[in-house]
Ligand binder design. Structure first.
Ligand SMILES: [Fe+2]
Length: 273
């Protein structure tokens, strides 16, 4: 399982494998980190024997996602410990069963947000909570009927309103956890659909009212969603998705610097519209 390579992983591998003066040593560091993460993940996996099968599988999928991502060893360990301390694995298991696509989307969003966080130089101590926030950002969709989540047509206003409730529902569902780093997770879950110009939800926050960590998850969320197959459209290419993100940054809804960081890290340039 720890050798899996998702499309997100392939993109990040492509980006980190670009030739340059430090390419050889960077590659060696990366391999060392990957081996270290595999060791830590296997150690963590060995402690899961008391879990029910479904929850153990979820935990293994999360560990595998963290190994594939560009997070470092300490982040992997801290993120997994945070999930366990907050008893979040049962929630993710429920989400995996309720809507497997949403669970896979959460894993991919985590992969992209860690690429952004590293590129922007966000402090390493924040990376674990950013990963956990990305994993849980759509946990409120547990309360949305799967028939609505998988509709293959344009949503009616009432249906859109129902889906929009997931940010607040997710926040309320996990707001009683008292573990280190959880305020950052709550911030991400509640505000990942806020937009810089105030057009987002649930509170219509704008500008600096939206934290950098949440802006990063918003960009990772949109990029991840656009590059996934959905019932109503096929997955877009990374280049087309990045053009849409760039347009959103130009329009003032997504953070320009955050979008630029993702594009630079993945070697993407916006294609002309
Ligand atoms: Fe969402």
């Amino acid at each position: 399982m720890f050798n899996d390579m998702s499309s997100a992983g392939q993109l990040s591998h492509h980006a980190s494998g670009q030739a340059g003066p430090d390419a050889e040593s960077s590659s060696a560091d990366h391999t060392e980190t990957r081996d270290g993460k595999r060791r830590v993940a296997l150690e963590a996996a060995s402690t899961l024997s008391d879990m029910a099968f479904a929850e153990r599988r979820t935990a293994l999928l999360v560990l595998s996602g963290l190994v594939r991502s560009e997070c470092d060893v300490r982040t992997l360990k801290a993120a997994f410990n945070e999930l366990m301390a907050a008893k979040a694995i049962p929630l993710l298991t429920a989400l995996r069963h309720h809507c497997p696509c949403t669970f896979r989307h959460a894993l991919r969003t985590m992969t992209f947000v860690i690429i952004i966080a590293r590129r922007l130089g966000i402090e390493r101590q924040e990376h674990a909570s950013i990963c956990v926030g990305a994993l849980l950002h759509d946990v409120g969709k547990l309360s949305i009927p799967v028939s609505l989540l998988r509709l293959a047509r344009k949503l009616k206003p009432a249906e859109m309103e129902k889906i929009r409730q997931h940010a607040e529902i997710g926040y309320e569902a996990i707001s009683d956890r008292r573990v280190f780093g959880w305020n950052a997770v709550l911030d991400i879950v509640r505000h990942h659909h806020e937009r810089l110009d105030g057009t987002g939800y649930p509170l219509g926050l704008s500008g600096n009212q939206i934290s950098l960590r949440t802006r990063c998850v918003s960009v990772a969320d949109v990029f991840s969603a656009l590059t996934e197959n959905r019932p109503y459209r096929a997955a877009m290419s990374a280049e087309t998705a990045f053009r849409i993100l760039s347009d959103a940054a130009e329009a003032g809804t997504l953070d320009h610097e955050v979008v630029g960081a993702l594009g630079a890290a993945l070697g993407l340039a916006a294609v002309p519209s």
